[in-house]
Design a protein around this ligand. Structure first.
Ligand code: GDP
Length: 296
């Protein structure tokens, strides 16, 4: 994953600073500029990077640090905390309860990995004793239902969809109703995507959301999205009540930083990351271990 390069660059900048005999304003600035460059090169949004730099400078006031304080540790800790802050919206995602019916709606652009992620999410919960079910409300993309059906069958998860019906709302409502009757506790609705952010897509999402009243809306984003990430995530958030984010293709060669902006844009936490095409290539996302790993 190329995000590791970002981690490597930040660690090197911190190490260089540590090698300096005296840590003064100049050394601190050089270190922060290096970190800023690394973040921007990884497509993290400019405003986030600028805020991070300002915050670190505020926390690390070299003049105020009494002699004997370990400046290096304070700076390293500040960098760690600021990276965590970018990834932590400050509130956890809505917690679903096993045994109590929850409807979870997935949204995202076509190709983001939404359908694959729906099954991974269902499979993850099934292994933990939930009773998930999948509803294919994507009537836009030919083959979407077949794909969901194939994945669901492989994972032995019940599914609902139609080759004939073209109204996504009708399918969504029927599917949710059916699985409620069957006492499924996690009903996952896969919605349609488009290649671009289009009015028609957002209108359809709004309608499916109104019709199915999801307990949680999960926004799926491809980690290779780059600088377009912030605007895209914000556009989705403005249309439906996104409550959590899943970043896919973290195994790929994308720079990855853009996807981090999705947290700031949606004010929602990343709850899982996709690390491959297979059903079990899916990891729970926790901010602190992730940043620790990133910084090595
Ligand atoms: P959708 O159009 O958003 O529903 O996207 P799909 O679920 O059809 O996924 C598009 C492509 O991305 C497929 O070839 C998936 O196998 C692939 N994909 C999805 N998630 C991941 C991931 O985490 N890693 C990798 N390498 N590929 C993924």
């Amino acid at each position: 994953m190329v995000l590791q390069q970002l981690g490597g660059s930040i660690s090197r900048a911190l190490q260089q600073m540590s090698n300096a005999t005296i840590i003064d304003e100049k050394v601190l600035n050089e270190c922060l500029n290096e970190i800023t460059r690394a973040l921007l090169q990884s497509d993290v949004q400019f405003k986030l990077v600028r805020d991070m730099q300002t915050n670190i400078k505020k926390i690390v006031n070299l003049d105020d640090l009494a002699a004997g304080h370990n400046k290096r540790r304070i700076i390293q800790q500040a960098v760690f905390n600021e990276l965590c802050k970018i990834l932590d919206p400050g509130k956890p995602s809505f917690t679903l309860k096993k045994g109590k019916t929850s409807v979870v709606m997935f949204v995202g652009l076509q190709g983001s990995g939404k359908t694959t992620t729906c099954t991974k999410y269902a499979f993850h919960h099934q292994k933990k004793g939930w009773k998930p079910a999948l509803v294919c409300a994507d009537t836009f993309r030919a083959g979407a239902f077949d794909q969901l059906k194939q994945n669901a069958t492989k994972a032995k998860i019940p599914f609902y969809g139609s080759y004939m019906e073209s109204d996504p709302m009708k399918i969504a409502v029927e599917g949710v109703e059916r699985f409620k009757k069957e006492n499924c506790d996690l009903i996952i609705v896969d919605t349609s995507g488009r290649h671009k952010q289009e009015t028609a897509l957002f209108e359809e999402m709004r309608q499916v959301s109104e019709a199915t009243k999801p307990d949680l809306v999960i926004f799926v984003m491809d980690s290779s999205i780059g600088q377009a990430a912030f605007d895209q995530a914000q556009a989705f958030k403005q249309s439906v009540a996104v409550g959590a984010v899943i970043i896919t293709k973290m195994d790929g060669h994308a720079k990855g930083g853009g996807a981090l902006s999705a947290v700031a844009a949606t004010k929602s936490p990343i709850i899982f990351i996709g690390t491959g095409e297979h059903m079990d290539e899916f990891e729970v996302f926790d901010v602190k271990p992730f940043v620790s790993r990133l910084l090595g």
